[in-house]
Design a protein around this ligand. Structure first.
Ligand code: ADP
Ligand code: MG
Ligand code: MG
Ligand code: MG
Ligand code: MG
Ligand code: MG
Length: 696
């Protein structure tokens, strides 16, 4: 959630007058960074994941699973433990824990990023497991951290938090369902919540179609909404149309930002490579959302969708009625088609096969900021990107932070940048830091087990290398990517939906590199993966995933782009990932890339297990967590086929998910048979870690 600055946050009316100040200085800060590091080159691949957890308290007498609101105490404790174990083991094995929006949430990252070395790839799962293990170990007896994307009964009337609080006190969100105490108490979060409501002019309104089951009353008018409450001025909104029939209605930021996800950040060799990778990840975001779908239950009901994305999007939608196009523009500057949490609207690379026509949706941008960036020598794609992000207002301003030294701070830039929550994020280097240009992949839902989380992390890092190694061209008109985003969230999208994808994923006029022997590198980048001086004078394959792949030039004898609509078609995820006929799928490309490296047989077995999970998700032979959760509820003896997730079902679901995570419950339709209790054990990073963490 960005930096947690300390100070006095301004309420919306006091913050608004500073919006232009923050934007202007934010751009100055960006330009200062740009001028310092635009030519920076040669950074190696460094990468890392972020995993979010919800902490659940079990009340075994009442058979209730509740959210534990002890984030502050837990984090303080974890910080101390991490300090204690930090001596005497590899740095990346020492976890880092961060606060998140929900007071029941934790985030963890590896203590330092993974490198491209193949041996690092095989530490990812255990690294995730150590992080979970430490969190688990230092919670109370009846608490457990879960990597479930949405808490099924968040906002149900009655007791769903420990301790229990009343929503009547929700002074920031004015929610009918979520108490004030659900939110991280750090000033940034309640202010963000309140300022989104104030800026928008109403509460956020989230409506998810309810899953209509045999006994679901029709039309479905939710009896649990306190329709007649009269505490806050927004209370009548629900009865005046904000809550839709046949939908699950939610009215607060916490419903979205209380969700957990899996994010990955990759350092690129230089800014051009970062922009190229960013663009390639944009069309992949919806596909990976569909494969990782894990959130079919919301506010005590089964929804007819499987993913969190649109919930989070609506939960922070601060656009006014004018910006949403409901009223003619008078006080505001732009009509804005999307929430600040939304899919990417613009490609940013200047590679020759990025046709300008791919940016085919309305992505408003601030003309004055654009002109300023152009006049400072920034090219038009990047200027468009930044000036598009900067149509938003800063939502939280700390009065102590208004005046900054723009040469040493990036706080104003990050204020806008980090509250544009898109499927992919282009992250410029921070000031005064060794970190290079990075790209963050943000669409995936967190998976119940670290085996699955590691599988998707490893798949994406390998796919990112295959993309750069083969100069894959994944461009699709942004409007089709957005259509895929909608399809990805539908119930059982993996099996029911087709997705737009390119017919030919190599740059136009460039022959497929795969028709040449697989181990010959296609590009001639500074850092090609074949090293000279191998045995007997033969090239030796590298042991590292690289950066700096160089560029494929356009064909010398020219080429002509055909009609854009001829470039793509609709495919199943099975076809896209596993291929069809002589068409290689994304997994085939990853295997081909792996063939350019020196992978030991034991390493290959492990990598294959991960890739196999992706393969089986895509071909439907393993179900998604969303499908498993939906089936679990519908098969529960207490389920009344009325779409309701009762306290008892919720409790049993958490017990089951914990058993799955520990490998003691067999779920052959969800997990591969190799996933066992033995596998689920974490391996201490070093004997010292083990000794210290046990004695603390
Ligand atoms: P944010 O919340 O801003 O997205 P986090 O700090 O929570 O960022 O997570 C960033 C991730 O990036 C972590 O997994 C971290 O290990 C990884 N990381 C750190 N430094 C680099 C780097 N130079 N290049 C790539 N990844 C990095
Ligand atoms: Mg986070
Ligand atoms: Mg963050
Ligand atoms: Mg983070
Ligand atoms: Mg992140
Ligand atoms: Mg849409």
């Amino acid at each position: 959630m960005g930096l947690l600055s300390l100070g006095t946050p301004l309420a919306w009316d006091d913050a608004k007058p500073y919006a232009d100040h923050v934007r202007t200085h934010g751009i100055t800060q960006f330009l200062n960074i740009w001028n310092r590091v635009k030519d920076r080159c040669g950074d190696e691949l460094l990468w890392g994941d972020e995993i979010e957890y919800m902490v659940v308290t079990f009340d075994n007498t009442e058979r209730n699973a509740k959210l534990s609101l002890r984030q502050s105490e837990i984090l303080a404790k974890l910080e101390k433990i991490v300090e204690d174990i930090a001596s005497g083991c590899e740095k990346s094995a020492v976890p880092t824990y961060h606060p998140e929006y929900g007071r029941f949430m934790l985030e963890s990252t590896p203590g330092s990023p993974y490198t491209g070395h193949l041996t690092d790839l095989l530490t990812v799962e255990n690294n995730m497991r150590i992080r979970r293990h430490i969190a688990r170990r230092y919670l109370k007896m009846n608490e457990l951290p879960f990597t479930l994307t949405s808490f099924p009964r968040l906002g149900v009337p009655g007791v769903f938090t420990e301790p229990h609080y009343d929503p009547a006190n929700a002074v920031s969100s004015h929610s009918l369902f979520l108490p004030e105490e659900i939110t991280n108490p750090h000033a940034r979060f309640p202010t963000l919540t309140a300022n989104i409501r104030r800026r928008r002019g109403s509460k956020v309104a989230i409506n998810l179609p309810v899953f209509i089951d045999k006994n679901t009353p029709r039309p479905f008018v939710d009896p649990t909404i306190p329709w007649r409450r009269n505490i806050y001025p927004e209370d009548p909104e629900a009865r005046n149309g904000a809550a839709k029939l046949d939908h699950i209605y939610m009215d607060a930021m916490g419903f979205g930002m209380g969700c957990s996800c899996l994010q990955l950040t990759f350092q690129a060799c230089n800014v051009d490579e970062a922009r190229k990778l960013y663009d390639a990840l944009v069309p992949l975001a919806p596909l990976l959302l569909a494969l990782t779908a894990a959130s079919p239950l919301w506010r005590g009901f089964i929804a007819d969708v499987d993913c969190r994305w649109d919930v989070v999007s609506a939960s922070v939608d601060d656009r006014t009625e004018e910006e949403r196009g409901l009223k003619p523009l008078k006080n505001d500057r732009f009509q804005i088609p999307k929430s600040r949490y939304a899919s990417v609207s613009l490609y940013i690379s200047d590679v020759w096969y990025n046709r300008p026509e791919y940016n085919d949706i309305n992505a408003p941008y601030d003309r004055a900021i654009y002109d300023r960036l152009i006049s400072e020598g920034i090219d038009s794609q990047l200027s468009r990107h930044i000036s598009h992000l900067f149509i938003r207002d800063p939502l939280v301003i700390f009065s102590e932070m208004v005046d900054q030294d723009d040469t040493t701070s990036n706080d104003h830039f990050e204020n806008i940048q980090s509250t544009n929550w898109q499927t992919v994020r282009f992250k410029p280097p921070p000031v005064n830091s060794p970190i290079g240009w990075r790209v963050e992949f943000r669409s995936m839902e967190v998976q119940p087990t670290d085996f699955e989380n590691a599988a998707f992390a490893v798949f994406i890092v390998l796919l990112s290398r295959a993309i750069l190694h083969y100069s894959l061209n994944l461009y699709l008109p942004i409007s089709k990517v957005d259509e895929n985003m909608d399809r990805a969230q539908k119930r059982d999208a993996v099996n029911q939906e087709k997705f737009f994808f390119r017919k030919d994923i190599f740059p136009p006029g460039v022959p497929s590199p795969l028709s040449t022997p697989l181990s010959t590198p296609h590009t001639s980048g500074a850092n090609s993966p074949v090293e000279p001086n191998g045995e007997g004078g033969l090239p030796r394959k590298a042991r590292k995933l690289n950066n700096c792949f160089g560029e494929v030039p356009p064909p010398e004898n020219g080429f002509a782009f055909g009609p854009m609509a001829d470039e793509y078609a609709e495919y199943t995820l099975d076809e896209i990932f596993n291929g069809k006929g002589d068409r290689l799928g994304l997994l085939g490309l990853v295997y081909s890339y792996l063939d350019t490296l020196e992978v030991q047989p034991a390493e290959m077995i492990r990598i294959h297990e991960y890739l196999d999970l992706v393969k089986r998700r895509a071909n439907g032979s393993l179900i998604t967590p969303a499908t498993w959760i939906r089936n679990f509820v519908r098969e529960h003896p207490a389920y009344k086929f009325d779409s309701v997730v009762s306290q008892e079902i919720n409790y049993d679901l958490f017990v089951a998910v914990d058993e799955i995570e520990r490998g003691v419950r067999q779920v052959p339709d969800l997990m591969p048979s190799s996933y066992s209790a033995e596998r689920a054990q974490y391996r201490p990073a070093s004997p010292q870690t083990m000794a210290t963490s046990q004695s603390t």
